[in-house]
Design a protein around this ligand. Structure first.
Ligand code: PBG
Ligand code: ZN
Length: 321
């Protein structure tokens, strides 16, 4: 008889042989920034997540620094939206101002800037729209402008989430040409057209006003195609690649880990967060235990870095252990 239980007999023994450990350094926390003053607006579908105006960011940034997480992912929510998302590449836009504020006051935090037009366009799509179609090549130059503008504002990492073809190469070229040769690209490479994003769209005000994102984001049924997307982004110059969402795509994370050696990021998205919060608030599950189990699964599957709305809570729980 094999006695597997020998190594499970008490917490000391289990701790010794534990294969996967979460570290505060694994985590990136997304933050939503709105225009205006003295604003801390709750997101109904995401308990304990808020939209902050720049003058109220200190309270969340101080916690992020104190808990020693790796960094934050910044999403701007502009007042002005138009067909071409011009606030996205306005050097005085909300995202640019927020990044300048954070880099000036919180130099110990890595600031990752999401690059996509959907928060900034009047139609809510991630690219230029003509005759009801989302145009690929016409979108690339706008993404280039946005990436350069965010890098100029001080972003440490540029993270394109739009899913246009060729955007990593275009953005890399634009960054290099403007002197940002050292700014890494974290590509949302295998980003699926998922129903798990709906709470985010409330938080970022980015729901498409017609149709859906299925002509540019990936079909949730496709695992092999995800590997092709990742391979292509690495070819185009991505320094890190991402799988998103995380929990329903652990197979993709695992295969990405086995096939590629670049740092691998998993985005534990808004809907995944909201489901845990909703069930926990009803007393159906133990929030802390479920969150640990979910995040350790993402890491065990092969993710090096986890973007999660649970980041600040988990960092506290790890510290308390
Ligand atoms: C923007 C973007 C989205 C998310 C990150 N960047 C939403 C979308 O594609 O509609 C989703 C994040 C989340 O659900 O937490 N393109
Ligand atoms: Zn988008």
């Amino acid at each position: 008889m094999k006695r597997f239980r020998r190594l499970r007999q008490n917490e000391l023994m289990r701790n010794l042989v534990r294969e996967t450990r979460l570290s505060v350094k694994d985590f990136i926390y997304p933050i939503f920034v709105v225009e205006g003053e003295d604003k801390k607006i709750p997101i109904d579908s995401m308990p304990n997540v808020f939209q902050y105006s720049i003058d109220r960011l200190d309270e969340v940034l101080e916690i992020a620094v104190q808990r020693k997480i790796a960094g934050i992912l910044i999403f701007g929510v502009p007042n002005h939206k138009d067909e071409f998302g011009s606030s996205a590449y306005d050097n005085n836009g909300i995202t640019q101002r927020a990044i300048r504020f954070i880099k000036k006051n919180y130099p110990s935090l890595l600031v990752i800037a999401d690059v996509c037009l959907c928060e900034y366009t009047s139609h809510g799509h991630c690219g230029v729209v003509r005759d009801g179609k989302i145009l690929n090549d016409e979108t690339l130059s706008l993404l280039q402008k946005m990436a350069v503008s965010l890098a100029e504002s001080g972003a440490d990492i540029i993270a394109p989430s739009d899913m246009m073809d060729g955007r990593v190469e275009s953005i890399r070229q634009a960054l290099d040409k403007t002197g940002f040769t050292d700014t890494p690209i974290m590509a949302y490479s295998a980003k699926f057209a998922s129903a798990y994003y709906s709470p985010f769209r409330e938080a970022a005000g980015s729901a498409p006003c017609f149709g859906d994102r299925k002509t540019y984001q990936m079909d949730v049924s496709n695992g092999r195609e995800a590997l092709r997307e990742i391979a292509d982004d690495i070819d185009e110059g991505a320094d890190m690649v991402m799988v998103k969402p995380a929990l329903a795509f652990l197979d993709v994370i695992k295969e990405a880990r086995q096939n590629f050696s670049v740092p691998l990021v998993a985005y534990n998205v808004s809907g995944e967060y909201s489901m845990v919060k909703a069930a926990a608030s009803l007393g159906y599950i133990d929030e802390k235990k479920i969150v640990f189990e979910n995040l350790v699964a993402i890491k065990r599957a092969g993710a090096d870095i986890i973007i999660t709305y649970h980041a600040l809570d988990v960092a506290k729980w790890i510290e308390e252990e």
